[in-house]
Design a protein around this ligand. Structure first.
Ligand code: BGC
Length: 747
């Protein structure tokens, strides 16, 4: 007893001591920042607010400065982007060390889904619903990047995206706010590690603030017109989640929102982010977006652009040179108080201190570490794990999959079978001087899997685009010789990404016609669809025997796909975004309002909210994805049916693996607020659990419903829960609801 009291006392003292130390350290960074700031001239302060591109790689448009070296020597640049590798970053950091105050440079890079090891594109990864695996992929990306000179990634992109025409849909976590917020949190934790200052932690950047994913018509860089309520309820929570995870930086978005460009949007940057949410990191513009406000038509010239943007709260100007060319004059003219500049500089210096760059500007420039981490044998293992978890089984007629390992002959056909780099997806990083050729092609993966036991035949069949069918005959011929056909089709990796919006998202070219030709052989056909976005592929969906949506799986693509094809991994992914039946349905998402005239089936279109010529359902809905086994949901229990505001309801449900294979199931909990002071969605994801069950095993899982899960933004934009009835739905997808109940929230 005495010992316990002593232990407790000891712990209290220890905690108080740790707190003191933490406070002292925090204080000392603030003091250090202040002491550097005191030494700085106005020009040097403005210098910290400029970020330049390195000379040789860029997302357009590029400004080349012939005097970049002297600008850095004179303290006129705070950060470089697209400068990679220990050798090159060391070179530029050395130049910065020639400046009067020797303030180190930040090196930023789009480490979006991997560095040397390429992970699945983020949208694919989000279909794993596996927060640990997602965090690990960001952790490894940070480890590799930090070993290669980088200390800042422009990721995660946490824009909710409900329009697959928008090319950047591939960079996010899909359509749902709850799932995307969890993933946003995990990604920041992964990039930043236990804390900034660790050798393998890099700063994360929540982008693009805000609502970029709602660009009208899915056209990149387009305007956004959005109610405050929708902004707060659907588009902002993933950003808030990054903040809760301690994200170091934010990036503004290219779009205007209700007429105000984000980069000059005081309501967003100061009002919400810095004031209401108390964000202490710094905000960087998107590429050139300070200057682009001239095109938006909200400012006349660079002078006004810089004024608008610094006033709004954008601390660093990526590549537009508006700050460099105008801030000094704005201060002299009394338009920009020096306090605004000081605040921006302090935020940036603070991060440089936290990263440990003032102690050692070359901290991330160790070539030995670079060599070691870029060849770390653990990294491909993690890449394979998350890739397998990201492949979605969309169809599996007659249990064609998993394929038997005793098949005599397989015909592997299609334009994506033997390609290598395509598997990396849009935002792969080409590390200069480093052999970044590490990608397992689908052909290689399959060859390794089947060894000598199975004869593997190949034909390309056709190209990704174009109408040439000359290769069809050969493809049909080899299909005839095989027991099973695997057809790998889809997009090119650069058809989805930044500036890659498309009005036609069908599988391009004659690839579906190739499938049609192959079907004449009567052979079972597994189709692999490789893409960065949800495509429209109704012919394939209706006629192929089995379909795996393989997205872009990164370095381990071939191995991951082979593992899934042969059942060495039982697919568990579920779509994080609805797949439309037709472009005409877009935007289509599961959590819509009921409307005054709801359409509830495709057989009744009489004056209700539907298209006369299109189903109300997507082709594949949010949350959908099959397994080689089957899961039964039973025994839904609730601890109570009436819940007070400060109460909780415990929900339990039994999940049984009723099939022959071990497998994982993502159990989804949806709620509906039946009557609200404003309309509420027909269902909203509020929790999920991914569980692993052996064949014939059952497990009872629990969820907790509390007031937070029942809350929403009312008309006054207050976050409230309102008394009344709620529907509870437990589903295997947003449409496949297996169990239902209801409860009441009472005051
Ligand atoms: C993109 C950003 C990216 C930046 C730097 C811009 O075009 O919108 O997401 O981080 O370029 O490459």
């Amino acid at each position: 007893m005495k010992k316990t009291v002593l232990n407790v006392l000891f712990l209290i003292v220890l905690n108080a001591f740790s707190l003191q130390v933490a406070l002292a350290q925090k204080k000392s960074i603030v003091q250090k920042v202040d002491s550097v700031l005191k030494l700085m001239t106005l020009d040097e302060k403005i210098g910290q607010l400029n970020q330049y591109n390195d000379d040789w790689t860029a997302t357009v448009p590029l400004t080349i400065d012939s005097d970049k070296v002297s600008q850095i020597q004179n303290g006129k640049v705070g950060s470089l982007l697209n400068c990679m590798g220990t050798e090159r970053t060391r070179k530029w950091q050395n130049i910065a060390m020639q400046s009067r105050l020797k303030i180190p440079l930040l090196f930023g890079q789009d480490v979006i889904h991997g560095y040397k090891t390429t992970f699945p594109i983020p949208l694919a990864e989000s279909c794993s619903w596996d927060l640990e695996a997602i965090e690990l992929s960001a952790r490894i990306s940070a480890t590799e990047a930090s070993a290669s000179g980088i200390n800042w990634t422009f990721a995660p992109m946490v824009d909710i995206a409900r329009d697959p025409r928008w090319g950047r849909v591939m960079e996010g976590a899909g359509e749902d706010t709850y799932l995307a917020s969890k993933i946003a949190y995990a990604r920041v934790k992964g990039f930043q590690g236990s804390k900034l200052g660790e050798i393998n932690s890099i700063m994360a950047c929540a982008k693009h603030f805000a609502a970029y994913g709602a660009a009208i018509g899915g056209r990149d860089y387009n305007s956004v017109d959005m109610s405050d309520r929708l902004l707060w309820e659907t588009y902002l929570p993933p950003f808030k989640a990054t903040l809760d995870a301690g994200v170091a930086t934010f990036m503004t978005s290219f779009n205007d929102i209700n007429g105000v460009p984000s980069t000059g949007n005081k309501y967003l940057l100061r009002g919400i982010l810095k004031d209401k949410w108390g964000f202490e990191g710094f905000v960087v513009s998107d590429w050139g977006s300070v200057g682009e406000m001239i095109n938006h038509g909200t400012v006349k010239n660079g002078y006004e652009a810089a004024l608008s943007s610094i006033t709004a709260g954008c601390d660093m100007d990526m590549e537009s040179r508006s700050y460099k060319n105008n801030l000094a004059q704005l201060v002299k003219d009394g338009k920009v108080p020096i306090a605004l500049i000081d605040d921006a500089v302090k935020r940036i210096l603070k991060k440089k201190f936290e990263l440990g760059l003032f102690d050692n500007p070359f901290k991330f420039c160790d070539p030995e570490r670079e060599k070691k981490e870029l060849n770390n044998p653990d990294h491909p293992i993690a890449a394979l794990d998350v890739a397998r978890k990201s492949i979605v089984l969309l169809k599996n007629q007659n249990h064609l999959l998993p394929l038997s390992k005793n098949i005599k002959t397989i015909a592997f056909i299609g334009p994506l079978v033997k390609v290598v780099n395509q598997n990396k997806g849009f935002w792969d990083v080409d590390v200069p001087g480093i052999d970044s050729s590490y990608v397992v092609s689908q052909w290689e993966g399959l060859q390794k899997k089947v060894g000598n036991k199975t004869k593997l035949l190949y034909a390309k069949g056709c190209s990704i685009e174009g109408d040439n069918k000359d290769g069809f005959a050969e493809a049909v011929n080899i299909a005839k010789q095989a027991d099973v056909v695997i057809l790998s089709i889809g997009e090119r990796r650069d058809m989805t990404g930044e500036a890659k919006s498309r009005s036609n998202i069908n599988i391009p070219g004659v690839q579906e016609e190739l499938l049609k030709a192959l079907l004449t052989t009567g052979k079972p056909i597994v189709v692999l669809i490789n893409a960065g976005r949800p495509l429209v592929f109704n012919y394939t969906a209706d006629n192929a025997t089995a379909i795996l949506y393989t997205w872009w799986m990164g370095s381990e693509a071939g191995n991951a796909i082979a593992d899934v094809l042969f059942g060495d991994y039982n697919p568990s992914a579920k779509l994080s975004i609805s797949f439309p039946l037709s472009v005409g349905q877009i935007p289509i998402y599961y959590s819509h309002f009921n409307t005054g005239r709801p359409a509830v089936s495709d057989t009744n279109r009489f004056y209700n909210s539907s298209y006369n010529d299109l189903s109300i359902y997507p082709k594949f809905e949010f949350g959908y994805g099959l397994s080689y086994t089957t899961f039964q949901y039973s025994n839904l229990q609730m601890s109570k049916k009436k819940m007070h505001f400060n109460d909780q309801i415990e929900v339990s449900v039994t999940i049984s693996n009723t099939g022959k294979y071990d497998g994982e199931e993502i159990v989804q909990l949806y709620l509906r607020d039946i009557v609200g002071s404003i309309a509420r969605p027909v269902k909203e994801l509020k929790d999920f659990k991914k569980i692993k069950l052996q064949a014939e095993q059952s497990e009872t899982i629990k969820f907790i419903i509390d007031k937070e899960k029942l809350s929403f933004y009312n008309q006054q934009l207050q976050w409230v829960a309102e008394p009344g009835d709620f529907d509870l739905m437990i589903g295997a997808s947003s449409r496949d609801i297996r169990l239902k109940d209801s409860f009441e929230l009472v005051e």
